[in-house]
Design a protein around this ligand. Structure first.
Ligand code: GN1
Ligand code: MG
Length: 384
């Protein structure tokens, strides 16, 4: 369900909408144009261009927070503020950032970092990261390496932030065991009678219940720590320089919460190793590309080497399988519930998405020993 029926992308009122939201933020210049950005399954996102006094153009992102997903949008904004402020101060100190290409929230005229509109939607404004693109599918190993390094550096930059300073905005977001249990509940109720059509997918998931608790048990046993993590490290959540393929910064910080770095790495494996789209219908195109996986491990360990522990490294492959399974579970649950969580663009969209995930899980299972051998090789090359 999209929580913004008034914001239909085909609505000719897009410009007026963007201009009127923009008016309420402290952005400089004269409004030139606005457009909807159709990326992401959750929020409504717009880009606006403002002409400056010197004739140059400056762009901003306005985003309405999906209230169905984020019950407390103000807590989301507070988390984002905390993390961007922390990262910006560290980036300025450590790395220098001459182009100012980090994510920043812009204040409203009220001084707050948000604007609430007449529909009750809560908006925020970010600078637009210039010269960059996002990729739904990784085109080459350089992009995979760069994306993994970017998320590893992000984790590194927030590694000295107290997890208690971040609010849990979606409880149990990556509690895979609970995600599994929820699917079982919804399947038992089968509110729309869709279960009969998804028996194969449902049984595939059911046979893998034993995987859902392994990392949770390791946390309980003290083997892996809770850190501040991104929690939505899908490949299109990293801005990549359009010319050089260098990753410039990670975006979509809404799900930053206390969590496991393995979930972040696992979601990269899920989203950056297959050459097929997440909603592809030709499942023969969904494969695990080992060179992409190797590039992810390289990039990730180059950045995360500073803080990651051995148990975490030993579970990188498991994490990839787990996150792919978890998202498959979530897509199937949403399909059975009537597509109430993820935005969909066609009937059966969530089921198609679920099928690509399960196909990728099967590919990972077939290659698990080889993938673990790659992790070992890369790890040895870094310590040697
Ligand atoms: C959603 O917003 P987006 O499209 O980056 C979802 C992720 C899923 C992803 C699947 C808050 O991410 O958890 O992994 O779709 N975000 C939320 O593509 O649920
Ligand atoms: Mg998101």
């Amino acid at each position: 369900m999209i929580s913004h029926p008034a914001l239909n992308p085909h609505d000719s009122g897009v410009w007026q909408l963007v201009a009127s939201i923009g008016n309420r933020f402290a952005v400089q210049g004269e409004f030139i144009c606005g457009e909807k950005i159709d990326s992401g399954h959750i929020n409504a996102t717009y880009r606006a261009t403002y002409r400056q006094r010197d004739g140059s153009d400056r762009r901003y992102i306005f985003q309405a927070i999906n209230r169905n997903v984020f019950k407390d949008p103000y807590a989301v904004i507070a988390n984002v503020e905390c993390v961007t402020r922390h990262i910006n101060s560290r980036v300025l100190r450590l790395k220098k950032d001459p182009r100012g290409q980090t994510l920043n929230l812009f204040p409203a005229h009220t001084g707050a970092l948000w604007v609430a509109d007449e529909h009750g939607d809560v908006w925020r404004c970010y600078n637009h990261i210039e010269g960059c693109v996002t990729h739904d599918i990784v085109a080459n190993t350089r992009q995979a390496y760069q994306a993994a390094r970017a998320f590893g550096s992000f984790q590194n930059l927030v590694s000295d932030l107290d997890p208690n300073s971040i609010t849990v905005t979606i409880p149990d977001f990556h509690h895979t065991r609970k995600r599994f249990a929820r699917l079982m509940e919804v399947a038992a109720a089968d509110p729309l009678g869709r279960l009969a059509g998804v028996r194969a997918e449902f049984d595939f998931i059911r046979r893998r219940e034993m995987h859902t608790g392994l990392l949770l048990d390791l946390v309980q046993a003290g083997g892996i720590p809770i850190r501040v993590t991104h929690n939505d490290t899908k490949i299109n959540n990293v801005m990549i320089d359009a010319v050089t393929d260098v990753a410039v910064c990670v975006i979509d910080l809404d799900t930053v919460m206390p969590g496991l770095v393995l979930h972040d790495f696992g979601d990269l494996v899920r989203s950056a190793t297959s050459p097929a789209a997440e909603d592809a219908t030709d499942l023969s195109k969904v494969t695990m590309q080992m060179p992409m996986f190797e590039a992810l491990v390289e990039g990730y360990l180059d950045a995360a080497g500073a803080f990651i522990n051995d148990t975490e490294i030993e579970h990188l492959v498991h994490a990839g399988k787990l996150m792919t399974l978890e998202v498959g579970i979530r897509f199937l649950t949403d399909h059975l519930e009537g597509d109430v969580y993820f935005k969909t663009h066609r009937p059966g969209h969530n089921l198609d998405r679920c099928r690509t995930q399960l196909k990728l899980v099967a590919c990972i299972e077939a290659l698990e020993p080889a993938m673990n051998a790659i992790v070992d090789k890369v790890r040895r090359s870094k310590s040697g």
